[in-house]
Design a binder for this molecule. Structure first.
Ligand code: SF4
Ligand code: SF4
Length: 130
């Protein structure tokens, strides 16, 4: 999912309000059932083309809660089909995995920064008001 929310989420709602593409759902609607907010990887664009940095991480008060995940590209299709972590939306019964439709991602974030709980480092003062 490009970015992912971990169990230090305090369900404050700030990220949901800040996402430009409505990719985030609250804990009540978390498809995995965890008591935390959830980024829908099939919708997240890592804020590419809209903001310089992921706006969810920029506003999140729980530092380190939002980390980089793998790019949402065909190369990582299997990764996103892990139903313990993700529950992808479907179309005509087919999961909207990267093989179905890839999403934009931050090409300047190297793979070694992804999928290993690397914090999306964005200083709050860099937050852009859209
Ligand atoms: S990185 Fe941007 S598009 Fe993705 S969930 Fe966060 S705010 Fe939304
Ligand atoms: S801004 Fe951070 S702490 Fe608040 S709901 Fe989103 S992920 Fe959770």
């Amino acid at each position: 999912m490009s970015v992912i929310i971990d169990d230090t989420c305090i369900t404050c709602d700030a990220c949901l309000q800040n996402c430009p593409v409505d990719a985030i759902v609250n804990d009540s609607n978390n498809p995995i059932g965890n008591n935390r907010y959830y980024v829908q990887p099939e919708k997240c664009i890592e804020c590419v083309g809209v903001y310089d940095d992921p706006q969810c991480a920029a506003i999140c008060p729980s530092i380190g809660c939002i980390t980089w995940d793998m790019p949402y590209t065909k190369e990582f299709n299997t990764h996103f089909l892990n139903e313990d972590i993700y529950k992808l939306g479907t179309k005509n019964g087919v999961a909207k995995s990267p093989a179905f439709r890839e999403k934009k991602y931050r090409t300047d974030i190297p793979l070694e920064m992804r999928g290993v709980h690397k914090e999306v480092q964005v200083a709050p003062e860099k937050l852009e008001v859209g």
